[in-house]
Design a protein around this ligand. Structure first.
Ligand code: AMP
Length: 249
């Protein structure tokens, strides 16, 4: 079985995003970019499945600018076998990404596509679901545990208040949640080795997919600044304040 892992280059999770002065979007100039954290978890899970002898090849795919090749090299350094960059400088919405991934899936015939549950830049949480619909495959989102058997995949999903376990026939779509695993760091020798692994570069046009956005961003705004707190003299004063606010009522 081949496993396809779509990885997105996003603003690093440690960076506090700044909104552009004209409110048209987030300022990405000179900002540290990294692999979407949920996608690191997806790469890790794919590698564990391969290491357990349940997959032969892990292929990382990214849709984005030329610099997304760095993100793919990170996936290769973690242990992926090869990578595909679908290069574009345009904004690509989840539906366009899903359509491109569906084309890659048609070429590669993976038994499993492991995505992140969401990209931390747009927080869409749509791509995996749309891809499952386009391909007509079963899907398990928010995976907490993934168990691969011949012809099927069992996934325990994080749901409100517990876990839901579902069984999917392969080929299938799984999206990762935070507790699935702890991704490995790439070692220096593996970073060097990754430079020699195959990385194919394509364009959306090569797949015949129209990536024109369907949404117009009207405005991006910073969250309101938190107003300063006050100090209370003692516990009684605190309880009085809480009563006024109706806390614990
Ligand atoms: P989203 O639906 O945008 O929240 O993204 C969910 C998941 O889809 C991500 O965690 C990635 O696995 C995948 N994905 C989204 N956008 C891209 C992209 N441009 N390139 C590769 N994978 C992507």
């Amino acid at each position: 079985m081949k496993i396809l892992v779509p990885v997105k280059r996003v603003i690093d999770y440690n960076v506090k995003p700044r909104v552009k002065a004209d409110g048209s979007g987030v300022d990405l100039a000179n900002v540290k970019m990294s692999m979407n954290p949920f996608d690191e978890i997806a790469v890790e899970e794919a590698l564990r499945i391969k290491e357990a002898g349940n997959a032969e090849e892990v292929i990382a795919v990214s849709v984005g600018p030329a610099k997304a090749a760095e993100t793919l090299r990170t996936a290769l350094a973690m242990g992926a076998d090869r990578a595909i960059l679908i290069e574009t400088d345009e904004t690509v919405e989840p539906l366009a990404v899903a359509k491109l991934l569906a084309k890659v899936a048609a070429e590669e015939n993976p038994g499993l596509i492991l995505l992140g549950k969401q990209a931390i830049d747009d927080d869409s949480n749509q791509t995996g679901q749309m891809l499952a619909a386009l391909l007509g495959w079963g899907q398990a989102t928010f995976a907490n545990t993934v168990t691969v058997e011949a012809g099927s995949i069992t996934v325990a999903r994080d749901v409100d208040g517990g876990l839901q376990t579902v069984k999917l026939n392969t080929p299938a779509i799984v999206t990762t949640d935070l507790r699935l695993n702890e991704p490995r760091y790439a070692s220096l020798p593996n970073i060097m080795k990754a430079k020699k692994k195959p990385l194919d570069t394509k364009t959306p046009g090569d797949y015949g997919v129209d990536i024109t956005p369907r949404l117009t961003t009207l405005k991006v705004a910073e969250p309101p600044v938190r107003s300063a707190g006050i100090k209370v003299a003692d516990v009684d004063a605190l309880v009085e304040k809480l009563k006024v606010l109706g806390v614990g009522a």
